[in-house]
Design a protein. Sequence first.
Lengths: 115, 114
Amino acid sequence: AQSVTQPDARVTVSEGASLQLRCKYSYSGTPYLFWYVQYPRQGLQLLLKYYSGDPVVQGVNGFEAEFSKSNSSFHLRKASVHWSDSAVYFCVLSHVNTGNYKYVFGAGTRLKVIA
Amino acid sequence: DPKIIQKPKYLVAVTGSEKILICEQYLGHNAMYWYRQSAKKPLEFMFSYSYQKLMDNQTASSRFQPQSSKKNHLDLQITALKPDDSATYFCASSQERGSGNTLYFGEGSRLIVV
C-alpha cells in the first residue's frame, strides 16, 4: 500500500541553522510529491511540488527538496531557518489507484526554531 | 484575501446535535474535498467531489454528509454529533481531480463536541 513516513515528529533547530526534514514514501510508480506547511490556526499551504525533471525542486521562502527514487525519499531542506519557520510540515504523495486519485499525507513534523 | 472560505471558524456543539460546516471556494476549481485533523489522526481524507459529483468517500459513518448546492460550494453536514467528532475540518480544492493537482486549503472549522 502507498504510504508516507515522516520519521521525526518534532525537530528543534536554532535560528540561522540549516534544516532537513525527512520524508520516505512507498509507491511502485512515479509519484507526485508535495511539501505543505501549516502555521498555527491556519490551513495547509503549498511549499513545493515535484513530479519529474531535476530532482532538486525549489519552493517558497528558501525551501527546497530533493527527490531520490533509489531511496524513496523526498527530504525538505533550508539553508538558514528563521523563527517564523516554526510550523508543522507535511510530506504528501499523490497517485492514482483503481481510478481513484489519492493524496496520502505523512503524520507531519513539528518544527520549532529557537533563538 | 482567503480564496477558500470556511464558516464557522469555531463552534461548540452538544452531543447528539447536528451542525453544518460551510465551504466556498473562489479559485474557479472543479474539485473540492473535506479533510479532518485531530490529535489522533494528523490529516484524514473524508470526501472528494468533482463537478459537484461525489467521487470518493472514505468516511465510514453516514452521519457525515457532504452537500454541493453550487459548483464552488461543498458543505459538510454532521448529524448525531459525538465527542469523537471533535476536530478541525478542512475544506480543500484543486483545479481538477487528478494526481499532481495542487490542493488548496481553507483555514478550517474547529468543532468541539461536549
